[in-house]
Write a protein that binds this ligand. Structure first.
Ligand SMILES: C[S@@+](CC[C@H](N)C(=O)[O-])C[C@H]1O[C@@H](n2cnc3c(N)ncnc32)[C@H](O)[C@@H]1O
Length: 398
């Protein structure tokens, strides 16, 4: 039998807390990680991995993992096994997805059948209201959609008008005071990929006002608070007992997995990351300080053509005075060597990434259960369509 949400949440929290000193440090920031002295053989095993093996484990950290000798890989694999809630029946037709990106439309097609039309539908943080339009057309009902950006509301209205669909987009800041009147016991609020505080607000209001919710959460790190504040009572209690905390960088780890990019983009990304690490090696030598110096990211189109130009740009941004003569080839090669090393050491974090994401989602599940809701929790699509594939379906009990 599957464990209860309460049990799964507690157990995941206990494992994450115990192993936090191993998964928390960011390998690109440290030439030597603090856990390496405790687990030297694990670090050695990682550094020795072939490129193919490292790539395989990035995509699938739980299968045949060489880390099983040190980390609770099997238990974590089991704790992140969730029911597949993807419905088998009909969904929104492909033809209705005109004006929507192909991948986004397939996500909406997977999500829509989970939104029961037993109540008045409201879309939260709707963008142009693509989901709202699909639902309105499918069920022949009016749908209200809340979106903050006026331009998106205008485009959404125009699309609804062209398709003859009864969707009203309201320019509404969902963090503002006046938003709660949208949530009533006869409302179901749907939110596909609403970020941190935006979906936190939705759940807290829905719990208080008795509105039903179908939510696919994402971007937990988009939050005002520097340090993670659990949403559920259980979250507060468990974290206090287990003695751990989460900062924004930790939350970002939970959503770092992205859909595999095309090979050209991956090549560019690899080069950009190697250059950043090459610059880091250079700035440590120049400054005499063995400490990581964060450099802002550059849009790919704006990346300089060669490593020297990149370092000069980065040095300018960080006020690092570079000497006249630099062995650029040596530092560039060091950047690529470090990248290979960092990629392998990152595999430790990959083992804990999905467990952290599931733990964060379960904190939201528990908030709703504590408020007396019936909560379904599982996945709504395969991870290659979107790795943010968790869905929370909460309905007031009775
Ligand atoms: C990640 S997008 C999701 C959009 C849409 N649900 C989708 O799946 O494509 C988040 C949306 O939230 C909107 N948003 C951000 N802050 C908001 C706020 N305070 N109130 C209402 N909407 C907000 C953004 O403008 C954006 O359209």
């Amino acid at each position: 039998m599957a464990p209860s949400h309460e049990h799964r949440f507690r157990r995941l929290g206990a494992v994450l807390a115990e192993w936090q000193p191993v998964w928390q440090p960011l390998p690109f920031q440290h030439r030597r990680l603090s856990w390496e002295c405790r687990y030297p053989a694990m670090a050695e095993a990682l550094r020795a991995l072939s490129e193919d093996e490292a790539e395989r484990l990035q995509a699938d950290p739980f299968t045949a993992s060489p880390l099983s000798g040190w980390l609770p890989v099997a238990e974590l694999a089991e704790l992140v096994q969730l029911p597949d809630l993807a419905p088998q029946g009909p969904t929104l037709p492909d033809a209705w997805g005109a004006f929507v990106g192909g991948r986004k439309w397939r996500q909406i097609q997977a999500f829509a059948p989970l939104v029961t039309s037993d109540a008045e539908l409201v879309e939260w943080c709707a963008g142009k209201g693509h989901l709202a339009r699909g639902m309105a057309r499918w069920h022949g009902v009016g749908v209200e959609a809340l979106e903050w950006q006026a331009e998106l509301c205008r485009s959404g209205h125009e699309l609804a008008r062209r398709q003859g669909v009864a969707v009203q987009l309201h320019q509404q800041d969902v963090l503002a005071e006046g938003v709660s009147h949208w949530l009533t016991p006869s409302t179901r609020v749907m939110a596909l990929h609403a970020c941190g505080d935006l979906h936190g607000r939705l759940l807290e209001l829905a719990a208080r006002r008795g509105a039903s919710v179908t939510l696919a959460p994402c971007c937990y790190q988009r939050t005002e608070a520097e340090r993670y504040r659990p949403l559920s009572e259980q979250g507060w209690q468990d974290m206090a007992e287990q003695g751990w905390r989460l900062c924004r960088d930790d939350l970002a780890m939970a959503v770092q997995e992205t859909v595999t990019a095309p090979s050209g983009v991956r090549r560019q990304r690899r080069r950009a990351n190697a250059w950043r690490l090459g610059f880091d090696a250079l700035q440590r030598d120049v400054s005499g300080r063995d400490a990581y110096l964060p450099v802002p990211s550059l849009a790919y189109g704006r990346m300089p053509d060669d490593f020297a130009a990149f370092c000069q740009w980065a040095a300018g941004r960080k006020a690092v005075a570079l000497p006249a003569h630099i062995d650029w080839a040596r530092y560039e090669a060091e950047g690529f060597r470090r990248l290979d090393e960092v990629t392998r050491l990152e595999l430790v974090r990959h083992v804990f990434r999905r467990p952290l994401e599931v733990w964060l989602a379960l904190d939201r599940v528990r908030l709703m259960e504590e408020a007396g809701f019936q909560v379904g929790f599982g996945t709504f699509c395969k991870r290659d369509l979107t790795p943010r594939n968790l869905v929370i379906e909460a309905t007031p009990a009775g």
